[in-house]
Design a protein around this ligand. Structure first.
Ligand code: HEC
Length: 132
């Protein structure tokens, strides 16, 4: 009897996970992404994503970040270098690859693209996998 009950509870739990809405999925991904941001990105892009003008570009309200999802994936997955213009300021510096896996790239992008006033469509792991 006890076993039957725990099976019922377990299946309810699994069903509940299966029905997570995409908003819940985004929230969970952003939460993991925030941890990654604190560990990997904050030293250059700063605590509010404001960066350091002329050296490290901002992520908060970054026109460059928000304009092109695929390019954003590429940047975080592989790093980037060369001249770019972010919010009207030119940067010509290097960001090396941080060695994140596809899930981590998606999570940190979901965090930065939905924080500090940014609002972006969710980045899925399979989209990250497609970017080579
Ligand atoms: C060592 C410093 C450093 C770290 C750490 C770093 N970046 Fe960058 N990032 C840069 C620099 C420098 C550029 C601009 C490169 C250029 O001039 O082409 C950049 C550019 C970017 C851009 C595109 C430009 C923009 O502002 O929209 C994004 C997005 C970005 N970084 C996200 C991240 C994320 C996410 C992390 C952590 C996983 C991270 N960066 C970690 C230095 C860093």
């Amino acid at each position: 009897m006890k076993k039957a009950l725990s099976i019922i509870v377990l299946s309810l739990f699994i069903l509940n996970i299966g029905s997570l809405s995409s908003q819940d999925e985004l929230t969970a991904s952003m939460k993991r992404g925030e941890e990654l941001y604190l560990g990997y990105c904050i030293t250059c892009h700063m605590s509010e994503g404001e960066g350091i003008e002329g050296v490290f570009p901002p992520l908060a309200k970054s026109d460059y970040l928000m304009a092109d999802k695929k390019r954003a994936i590429q940047t975080v997955k592989f790093g980037t270098e060369g001249e770019i213009t972010v919010n009207g300021v030119v940067y010509n510096n290097i960001m090396t690859s941080l060695g994140l896996d596809d899930q981590e790239v998606a999570d940190v992008l979901n965090f930065i693209r939905n924080s500090w006033g940014n609002e972006g469509e969710m980045v899925k792991v399979k989209e990250v996998a497609k970017v080579k």
